[in-house]
Design a protein around this ligand. Structure first.
Ligand code: NAG
Ligand code: NAG
Ligand code: NAG
Ligand code: NAG
Ligand code: NAG
Ligand code: NAG
Ligand code: NAG
Length: 744
C-alpha cells in the first residue's frame, strides 16, 4: 500500500483510467460500453423529481466502483449537470468513494445535495464551472461530518477561491484526514496557505500558478510533506536563499517540482542542484523551463541520490527533449500545462520527419494535449501539424479506427474554435484529406462538411480549394439524404460551388478541383428539391450548358453535369425551367454519345421530362415523340457497362416512370437503370428495391398487357435477381408500399 501511495502521490493520477492508457485497437471494455449507454440514456431509466433532478425509477444497486466510474464518465463526457447529478442523491444504491466531477457544470446546491451525503475518500473537481467555488465545496463538505472526516484527496485545480462578499467561514483545516490537495491555477493567497499548512495529515500539495508570495508556512508540514509541486509561482517574493531555506527543511520530501514555463531569471534550480546534501530523500525533481542548469550539476545531484527515478529537464539548457522517449514522457506528464505541451509538440513535430511506422502510442499523446487545451491556439496549431505527419498516407492505415475517430473530432473542434486562423485550418484540412479517415472512420460528417464549406467560402488558395472540394465531395456522398438536403439548403454552399465551376469554365481548365466540385453538386442535389431550386435560381442551368460547351470531349465532366441535371429533372416543379429548346438540343445530342455513361444520364433527363404527358409538354409535340423514339432506340443498344455508373440512395424517383405505359421509352430507361445497379451490387440494391415495395410494382409491369416487350424483358431480369436475392437472404418482400409523394 505504501508503494501504491507513493506512485499516487508522485504522479497525481486521475481517478479514471487515463486516456493514454486505454488500448484503442481493442474493442471498448464491456463495462465502459454499458456505462456509456446508461449515461447517455439516463432519462429512459429515471423519473424526474419536482425540482427537475433525475432519480432512478427502480432501486438499482451499483457496485461502489461502478458508481464512481459512472460519475466520472458523465463528467468527462459533459453529461453531468444539475438534473443528471440527481441520481447520486440516493447514497444507499449509488455509493461514491472516489468522486470525479472534472469539468462538469453543476451548481453549489446540486453539488451539496448529490455528492456531500457520500462518505468520500477522494474528490476531483478540477476545472468545474465557475458557479461552484472552493468555498461552496468546503461548505458542502462541512454538512457531512463523516465525509469531512474521511476525505483524503482533494483536487481543486482551476477553481475560483474568492466569493468576495463573504468572509471565509469554511476552512481547509476542517478536513482532518486530507493527505493530498491540489490548488493549481487557483487564485490562492498567503492567508489560505497558513490554513492549509495546519492540516495534520497533509503529504502532498500542489500550489502551481497560485498567488502565494511566501512559502514559510510550509514548515508546518516539514515532518510530513512528501510531494510538493510549485510549478510557475508567479508572485513569489522570496530570494533564492530564503526559498531554499524553507525547502531544505522539508526532510521527507520525495517529489519536488519547481518547473517554470515563463523562463524567469531566478537561479533557484542552479542553486538547488549545487546545494550539497539538500533533500536527501528526493526521488523525483522537476526543473523544466529553468535556465542555468548544467549537465555536470544534474549528474552530481543524481549521483549523490541513488534512489532518483526522474529529473524533468524540458526546455532547460540541458537537453530534456532530445529523443522520442523524453518528448513522450513530457507529453504524458505535462498534459495539463499548456506551455510545456506546446513545447513538447513542437519538438515532436521535428521528430515526425523520421517516423516511418505508424505510431498510435504517440498519436494518443497528441490527442491528450489537444483535449486538455482546446482553446489554446499554439497547442492546437502544433498538434494539428503533428497529426498530419503522424497519419499521412500509409501511416493512417496502421492507426486504430477509434483513435482516428477521436483525432478527427478534435480537429473539427479546432476548426470550429479558430475559424479565421489560416494555418490551423490548413493543417486540419490536410489531415482530414485522407482516404482512410474520410471513408472508414466514424465522425460527424455533416458537421465536417459544413466547416470545410465555411472555410472554402472565405479563401481562394488554389491548393487548399482543391483539397476542400475533394473532402466535400467525398463527405457529401456519405451523408444521409436528409443531411445532404440540409447542407444543400444552405444557400451559400450552392453559390460557392457554382462560383468555383464558373471560374473553371471561364478559364477553360479541366482539373481535379472542377471534377470534385461537380461531384459535390451532384451529390448535394440528390433527392433534395431545395438544393435543386437554389441551383436553378443561381443560374446553374446556363452555367452547366456553358460547361458542356466548353468541354465537348470530356466524358467525365459530361457525366457529372448530366448526373446533376438528372436530379433537377426529378423535381416536377422545375420541369418548366428545362423545357427550353437549346437545352434539349444539347441533351439529345449527348443521348447519342458513344460513352454509355454520358448517354445514360442524357436519357434520364429526357425520360423524366417526357414522363409528364403531352399536356405538360410546352414545346412541339413532334419533338416529344421524336425524343421518345430516340430514347427507346438508344437504350436497346447500350452495352453492359463495366462498373456501377452511379450510386442511388433510393428507387423512389423511378417508380412513377415505371407507370408510364404510354411511353415505353420512359419505362425502359427506369427498368434499365434498376437492372443495371441490381446486377452490379445485388446485396445493396435488391434489398433496397424489396424494402421500397419494388417487387409488386415490377410484377405489375411484367403482367400488364400494354407493356412493351423490351420493358418486359428487363422487368423479368430484375425479378429474377430479386428472386435469387430472396432465396439467398430470406428477405421478405415488403407489401407495404411506402412511396414518397411525387414532387409537384
Ligand atoms: C442535463 O444533461 C442532459 C444530458 O446531456 C440533458 O439532456 C439535459 O437537458 C441537461 N439538463 C439541464 C438542466 O441542463
Ligand atoms: C493561472 O491561474 C490563473 C488564475 O489564478 C488562471 O487564470 C490562468 O489561466 C492560469 N494559467 C495557466 C497557464 O493555467
Ligand atoms: C533517450 O534518451 C534517454 C536518456 O539518455 C535514454 O535512456 C533512452 O533510451 C533514449 N531513448 C531512445 C529511444 O533513444
Ligand atoms: C512532416 O512534415 C514536414 C513538413 O511538412 C515534412 O518535411 C516531413 O517530411 C513530414 N514527415 C513525414 C513523416 O511525413
Ligand atoms: C473532340 O472530338 C471531336 C470528334 O471526336 C474531334 O473532331 C475534335 O477534334 C475533338 N476536339 C478536341 C478539342 O479534342
Ligand atoms: C455493395 O454495396 C454495399 C453497401 O453499400 C457496399 O458495402 C459494398 O462494398 C458494395 N459492393 C460492391 C461490389 O460494390
Ligand atoms: C447519390 C449520388 O448522387 N451519388 C453520386 C455522388 O458523386 C459520386 C462521384 O461523382 C457519384 O459516383 C455518385 O453516384
Amino acid at each position: 500500500i505504501s508503494g501504491i501511495l507513493d506512485v499516487y502521490l508522485i504522479y497525481q493520477t486521475m481517478l479514471f483510467i487515463p486516456f493514454y492508457l486505454q488500448d484503442e485497437a481493442s474493442p471498448a471494455a464491456l463495462t465502459d460500453l454499458c456505462l456509456t449507454y446508461v449515461s447517455q440514456n439516463l432519462e429512459c431509466f429515471c423519473v424526474k423529481r419536482p425540482d427537475g433532478s433525475l432519480c432512478f425509477r427502480e432501486a438499482v444497486l451499483f457496485p461502489q466502483e461502478l458508481a464512481d466510474q459512472l460519475l466520472a464518465k458523465m463528467a468527462t463526457e459533459g453529461l453531468l449537470n444539475d438534473s443528471t447529478v440527481g441520481i447520486f442523491r440516493n447514497c444507499e444504491y449509488l455509493r461514491l468513494r472516489r468522486a470525479c466531477i472534472r469539468t462538469a457544470r453543476i451548481s453549489a446546491e446540486a453539488f451539496q445535495r448529490a455528492l456531500c451525503p457520500h462518505r468520500l475518500l477522494e474528490l476531483d473537481a478540477a476545472r468545474v464551472n465557475a458557479d461552484l467555488t472552493i468555498p461552496d465545496i468546503l461548505q458542502g463538505l462541512a454538512t457531512n461530518k463523516y465525509c469531512q472526516e474521511s476525505l483524503q484527496r482533494l483536487v481543486l485545480t482551476g477553481l475560483t477561491m474568492s466569493s468576495l462578499e463573504e468572509p471565509i467561514r469554511y476552512r481547509f483545516s476542517s478536513l482532518q484526514a486530507l493527505r493530498s490537495l491540489s490548488l493549481a491555477n487557483v487564485d490562492f493567497y498567503d492567508s489560505g496557505l497558513v490554513d492549509v499548512c495546519s492540516l495534520p495529515r497533509l503529504e502532498s500539495l500542489d500550489l502551481s500558478n497560485t498567488s502565494v508570495t511566501n512559502l514559510s508556512p510550509l514548515l508546518g508540514l516539514k515532518e510530513r510533506l512528501r510531494s510538493l509541486t510549485l510549478h510557475q509561482l508567479k508572485r513569489l517574493e522570496m530570494s533564492t536563499a530564503q526559498l531554499l531555506g524553507v525547502i531544505g527543511q522539508l526532510d521527507v520530501l520525495q517529489h519536488l517540482d519547481i518547473s517554470d514555463d515563463k523562463q524567469f531569471t531566478s537561479d533557484v534550480a542552479r542553486q538547488l542542484l549545487g546545494h550539497p546534501g539538500i533533500l536527501p530523500a528526493l526521488v523525483s525533481l522537476d526543473v523544466s523551463g529553468r535556465k542555468q542548469v548544467t549537465d555536470a550539476a544534474v549528474k552530481a545531484f543524481v549521483e549523490e541520490r541513488p534512489g532518483m527515478t526522474f529529473v524533468g529537464l524540458l526546455a532547460t539548457d540541458v537537453t530534456g527533449e532530445a529523443n522520442e522517449t523524453q518528448i513522450c514522457e513530457a507529453l504524458r506528464r505535462y498534459s495539463e500545462r499548456e506551455g510545456f505541451v506546446r513545447e513538447a509538440l513542437f519538438h515532436l513535430f521535428s521528430l515526425t520527419h523520421v517516423m516511418e511506422k505508424p505510431r498510435p502510442d504517440i498519436l494518443k499523446l497528441v490527442v491528450l494535449g489537444m483535449r486538455n487545451h482546446p482553446a489554446t491556439l499554439n497547442v492546437q496549431l502544433a498538434a494539428s501539424a503533428c497529426v498530419f505527419n503522424l497519419t499521412k498516407q500509409d501511416l493512417a492505415a496502421g492507426m486504430p479506427v477509434r483513435l482516428l475517430s477521436t483525432v478527427t473530432q478534435l480537429l473539427l473542434e479546432a476548426m470550429r474554435t479558430f475559424p479565421n486562423h489560416q494555418q490551423l485550418q490548413k493543417n486540419c484540412l490536410l489531415s482530414l484529406c485522407s482516404d482512410r479517415i474520410l471513408q472508414e472512420v466514424p465522425f460527424n460528417r455533416f458537421e465536417a462538411a459544413k466547416l470545410v464549406m465555411q472555410w472554402l467560402c472565405n479563401h481562394e488558395d488554389q491548393n487548399m480549394q482543391r483539397m476542400a472540394v475533394a473532402i466535400i465531395s467525398i463527405l457529401a456522398a456519405k451523408l444521409s439524404t436528409e443531411q445532404t438536403a440540409q447542407l444543400g439548403a444552405e444557400l451559400f454552399i450552392v453559390k460557392q460551388l457554382l462560383h468555383i465551376v464558373r471560374q473553371k469554365a471561364t478559364q477553360g481548365v479541366v482539373d481535379a478541383t472542377l471534377k470534385f466540385t461537380l461531384s459535390a453538386l451532384w451529390n448535394l442535389t440528390d433527392e433534395s428539391p431545395t438544393t435543386c431550386r437554389h441551383f436553378i435560381e443561381n443560374q446553374g442551368l446556363d452555367l452547366f450548358i456553358k460547361v458542356l460547351e466548353s468541354f465537348p470531349n470530356e466524358s467525365s465532366i459530361q457525366q457529372k453535369v448530366l448526373g446533376l441535371l438528372n436530379n433537377i429533372a426529378e423535381v416536377g416543379e422545375l420541369h418548366g425551367e428545362l423545357m427550353v429548346q437549346g437545352f434539349l438540343d444539347h441533351i439529345s445530342n449527348l443521348l447519342h454519345s458513344l460513352e454509355v455513361e454520358v448517354s445514360y444520364f442524357a436519357a434520364g433527363i429526357l425520360a423524366h421530362l417526357t414522363s409528364r404527358g403531352e399536356e405538360a409538354w410546352t414545346l412541339s409535340p413532334s419533338l416529344r415523340s421524336s425524343l421518345l423514339e430516340q430514347l427507346h432506340n438508344v437504350i436497346t443498344k447500350w452495352p453492359t457497362p463495366e462498373c456501377e455508373m452511379v450510386a442511388y440512395r433510393s428507387f423512389n424517383p423511378f417508380f412513377p416512370l415505371l407507370e408510364c405505359f404510354h411511353t415505353p421509352g420512359v419505362q425502359l430507361w427506369a427498368a434499365w437503370a434498376m437492372q443495371h445497379v441490381c446486377s452490379k451490387n445485388a446485396s445493396r440494391y435488391c434489398s433496397m428495391l424489396l424494402e421500397e415495395g419494388g417487387l409488386q410494382q415490377l410484377e405489375h409491369v411484367h403482367a400488364h398487357p400494354q407493356t412493351h416487350k423490351d420493358v418486359k424483358m428487363l422487368a423479368e431480369s430484375i425479378l429474377d435477381s430479386l428472386q435469387r436475392h430472396r432465396a439467398r437472404t430470406g428477405q421478405p418482400a415488403n407489401t407495404h408500399i411506402s412511396r414518397r409523394p411525387p414532387t409537384q
